[in-house]
Design a protein. Structure first.
Length: 142
């Protein structure tokens, strides 16, 4: 009689251990899925904000406005100084040798948004527009 109760209790313990292992594996998979979704959400938020700021800069260039060659943004995409910045948007005038840039009064600019902590490029846009002066000249005319 004693042997039967021992085997039943050990069988119950083995079954309980298997159930705990199964639920721990399932919870690890769920935790990984939630972590991945958090990363995707952060990347989508960064892409959306970068897209908005890069397009605003492109519209300023198309309107003939002068823009800063570099702009710095905090982690919440508010403008800030370089020391506190998490993101940076750069505007570079492409050389005439790159494309047909610089001919017929057209200039091509490359506007790039980057994350500063790892240098990851978030978004980049090439804009060709008519500009009466370049970025370098605009700094002296303000």
């Amino acid at each position: 009689m004693k042997r039967t109760s021992n085997s039943r209790s050990s069988l119950f313990l083995i079954e309980l251990i298997i159930a705990i292992l199964f639920f721990s594996l399932v919870s690890a998979v769920c935790l990984r899925a939630f972590a991945r979704s958090h990363i995707l959400t952060e990347n989508a938020r960064d892409l959306n904000a970068a897209l908005m700021h890069v397009e605003s800069t492109a519209e300023l260039l198309r309107a003939g406005e002068s823009v800063e060659a570099q702009a710095f943004y905090s982690s919440s995409w508010d403008t800030c100084e370089e020391k506190k910045a998490a993101y940076m948007i750069t505007v570079k005038e492409k050389d005439a040798s790159d494309e047909d840039s610089g001919t017929d009064g057209l200039t091509t600019y490359q506007i790039t948004a980057r994350q500063l902590n790892n240098g990851r490029k978030i978004y980049s846009l090439n804009v060709t527009c008519h500009t009466p002066y370049s970025i370098k000249e605009a700094a002296g005319h303000e």
